[in-house]
Design a protein. Structure first.
Length: 574
């Protein structure tokens, strides 16, 4: 056996022995798949090294697992609501059948025990992997999730009054959580509030606003980043609605003069719960209540679901696996910074690493990570938490936000002494983040030697796949004016899509996708920082090394038909 054979095992070795790949190609494919953190089967098919059937057939024979043709599957017959959709999409898995307490799952890699264990933990039953073809699995999974979401929406919409009265609200106050109920006078308010919460979940909204005015009252949902008025209850119900929400979130209902914070946990089923972060604010005509919807499954998204382009994703993953340095994520409130950080933390969250986070507030609870809630009243600030972390043998530290020089200096010290540090800053672009640190008073040498990667991001609304149509009325002169020439794609080959609207979306949009600029602090960029370069000079140097601005990344998404030109301009106006 030669040296090449000694490093091959499992599927790569079988592909070589079956003469489907030579040894060098098998080794390269294995390494590239590992670097991209995707299954080898997926890498081979996406890079057209082998057909989906060839890979699935060899995989099934090599590991003695059944091979199933998904083209014969009736999606409606698959078990519904047994595994969360986001977990299925993250792991590229599809429930096929539930038989005698054993769940059959369609996968492309039956040896990925992390996938099997995650699903088994959620469903509480044994899991049997079934090998399928990658391309057919992607298509079937999209259809299954869409069918599942429609079923869930229908179920929520048909709840009767008695069910709406007794939604299970877990306040964490006892081990035997009971549904919060109300007396007969409050029953309509209970039903109204519960229905609004369920409607917001069903729509995929991120926030709910309850707003009192002098002669009116309104409720708005923020969906895909846009606020929309949902209801206008009578103004005289405002105080009762506020009281109900404060009871649910364990606030002091007698205190109406100062802002308060609370939390609601709504159990939709034995396997799924949604958290709401609640804030009350005294206004001129009553208390405005805003609920932020925190779906724990959003923290389980794989990095491939966030919208990074291939080179940007590779840069993020490469930096995440460095033993030390600093990764900064920047952007306005609501731009998805927390999900980007949590996704990175989940990739790093293994038994071999000690991870600690300082957050204000803790958005989503992450198993296996030591999360600390900031409390300025007792002196627990970001800087104090960081000092404590450094005495607790950390490997990875996440700081919710670098707000002052003290926190910045401790974070940089940690990054320089063998720790990986992740944090956020509020700046408009990646190059501006470097100058912001310098303006805060951090020495240029420390910035240049500690910051490894900066990600600036925005969230743009995705065009609905079911109803988007080509925008045939855009002349080339407009494409040039918008900046599409910089993409290097012939203008006559660019096909911009536009929204239409159908019963599956909101005005032609459904869901959101990240728009990113990823700046690696290379030796040349570090040198420019040391020499006092400003953000524009740093950006020009980075562009020579492949850096793309937010605008350029958004234009690429538009050219690929993912977002509209209007959305491109909304989120990345120059």
């Amino acid at each position: 056996m030669n040296a090449s054979n000694r490093v091959l095992h499992g599927l790569p070795k079988r592909l070589v022995s079956d003469a489907l790949l030579d040894e060098a190609a098998a080794i390269e494919a294995s390494n590239k798949a590992a670097e991209s953190n995707i299954p080898l089967a997926q890498y081979l098919v996406e890079n057209q090294a082998l057909s989906a059937y060839q890979v699935a057939n060899v995989t099934a024979h090599e590991f003695g697992v059944p091979l199933f043709d998904l083209s014969s599957l009736d999606i409606s017959a698959c078990p519904k609501n047994v595994v969360d959709s986001k977990l299925l999409r993250k792991h590229l898995a599809l429930p096929l059948a539930l038989k005698a307490s054993r769940l059959q799952i369609a996968v492309i890699d039956p040896t990925n025990h992390h996938v099997i264990n995650d699903i088994r933990f959620q469903v509480g039953t044994a899991v049997e992997p079934i090998v399928v073809e990658y391309d057919k699995l992607k298509t079937a999974l999209d259809a299954y999730i869409e069918d599942n979401e429609q079923d869930m929406g229908s179920a929520l919409g048909t709840m009767d009054d008695s069910q709406l009265d007794a939604i299970d609200i877990d306040d964490g106050s006892s081990s035997n959580d009971q549904a919060i109920t109300a007396d007969e006078d409050d029953a309509p308010i209970v039903r109204f509030v519960n229905k609004l919460l369920l409607d917001a979940i069903k729509k995929g909204s991120s926030d709910i606003h309850f707003e009192p005015y002098e002669t009116s009252y309104r409720v708005r949902f923020r969906t895909d980043g846009i606020l929309e008025e949902i209801a206008k209850p009578p103004a005289n119900l405002g105080s009762r609605l506020a009281a109900r929400l404060k009871v649910m979130s364990k606030m002091d209902i007698s205190e109406r003069r100062i802002p308060q914070d609370g939390r609601i946990k709504m159990r939709l089923s034995e396997r799924r719960a949604i958290d709401f972060r609640v804030n009350s604010l005294p206004t001129q005509y009553g208390e405005k209540i805003v609920l932020r919807i925190l779906d724990p499954t959003s923290a389980q998204l794989g990095i491939e679901a966030l919208g990074y382009e291939d080179d940007q994703q590779e840069a993020y993953l490469e930096t995440l696996h460095q033993p030390q340095g600093m990764i900064l994520v920047t952007g306005p409130t609501g731009s998805g910074k927390t999900v980007s950080l949590y996704t990175g933390l989940n990739i790093l969250n293994t038994a071999e690493r000690n991870l600690s986070t300082a957050e204000d507030p803790i958005e989503i609870n992450l198993e296996g990570i030591n999360q600390v809630q900031m409390n300025a009243k007792v002196g627990l600030t970001f800087s104090e938490a960081l000092r404590a972390f450094l005495r607790q043998d950390p490997d990875v530290i996440m700081v919710g936000e670098i707000r002052d020089l003290e926190t910045a200096e401790i974070s940089i010290k940690a990054a320089q002494t063998g720790h990986l540090v992740l944090s956020t800053l509020h700046t408009n672009s990646a190059p501006e983040t470097l100058t912001r640190l310098l303006n805060m008073g951090v020495p240029a040498f420390n910035v240049a030697t500690s910051v490894s990667l900066i990600i600036a991001q925005r969230l743009a609304r995705r065009l609905c796949k079911s109803c988007k149509v080509p925008a045939t009325d855009i002349p080339e002169s407009i494409l040039i004016e918008e900046g599409f020439e910089v993409l290097g794609i012939p203008l006559n080959e660019i096909e911009i899509n536009k929204p239409v609207g159908c019963n599956k979306c909101a005005n032609g949009y459904k869901g959101r996708v990240g728009i990113y600029e990823v700046l690696k602090v290379t030796p040349s960029v570090a040198k420019m920082i040391m020499e006092g370069g400003n953000s524009l000079e740093i950006a020009e140097q980075a562009k020579k090394e492949g850096f793309r601005t937010l605008r350029q990344s958004a234009l690429r998404k538009a050219a690929e038909g993912i977002i509209s030109l209007e959305e491109t301009n909304r989120v990345t106006r120059d």
